[in-house]
Design a protein around this ligand. Structure first.
Ligand SMILES: CC(C)(COP(=O)(O)OP(=O)(O)OC[C@H]1O[C@@H](n2cnc3c(N)ncnc32)[C@H](O)[C@@H]1OP(=O)(O)O)[C@@H](O)C(=O)NCCC(=O)NCCS
Length: 150
């Protein structure tokens, strides 16, 4: 049976408005517009995969893959799309030479932390006051990492 993630494909520049709309849906307090997304999504080392309802953006440098963002629209959550985008993105990163993946996530983002842990990511550190909430309150980030060479 077809599922939303089956349609995951590399994004093209023509997808920038959809990427911005998905980012806004997933991060309503810190949206990235098309001009912010363009160099991240299509610059050196960028891997950007889009599917109906979500996208993932990674950057590979040498043997490291950084997950820059992962966004699933609220209406499409808890159907495995985030997990499928992550799996597909990491597979592309490995093909591009990555041996390790890492990311930062807010310590109170339990949905994302749960998703990454179930995908094998482990704690690698903590960055104090890494994010700022709309209220101005600082929030720490967890650094999570996963060995991709095994
Ligand atoms: C985090 C996010 C990408 C998850 O996307 P999703 O498509 O809902 O995730 P999946 O359906 O693939 O979930 C996979 C697993 O992650 C965990 N998970 C996902 N959402 C969860 C939630 N709200 N609460 C607890 N666990 C959750 C579960 O273990 C889930 O498996 P299960 O549904 O079988 O229990 C999505 O909630 C989102 O876009 N959030 C806002 C943006 C964001 O925080 N991005 C990550 C920044 S690093």
């Amino acid at each position: 049976m077809a599922t939303p993630g089956d349609a995951t494909r590399p994004a093209a520049e023509g997808d920038l408005p959809d990427l911005a709309a998905l980012h806004l849906a997933a991060f309503p307090h810190a949206p990235w517009d098309t001009e912010t997304l363009r160099p991240l999504a299509f610059g050196a080392g960028a891997i950007t995969l889009i599917a109906p309802g979500g996208f993932i953006l990674l950057r590979v440098a040498a043997d490291e893959a950084e997950i820059i963002t992962l966004a699933v629209a609220p209406a499409d959550r808890r159907r495995g799309l985030g997990q499928r985008l992550l799996t597909a993105g990491l597979a592309r990163a490995v093909a591009a030479g990555a041996a390790v993946a890492f990311l930062e996530v807010a310590i109170d983002n339990l949905a994302a932390i749960s998703l990454y842990r179930s995908a094998g990511f482990v704690n690698a550190g903590r960055r104090r006051n890494y994010y700022t909430r709309p209220s101005g309150a600082p929030v720490d980030a967890l650094v999570l990492t996963r060995d991709l060479s095994a």
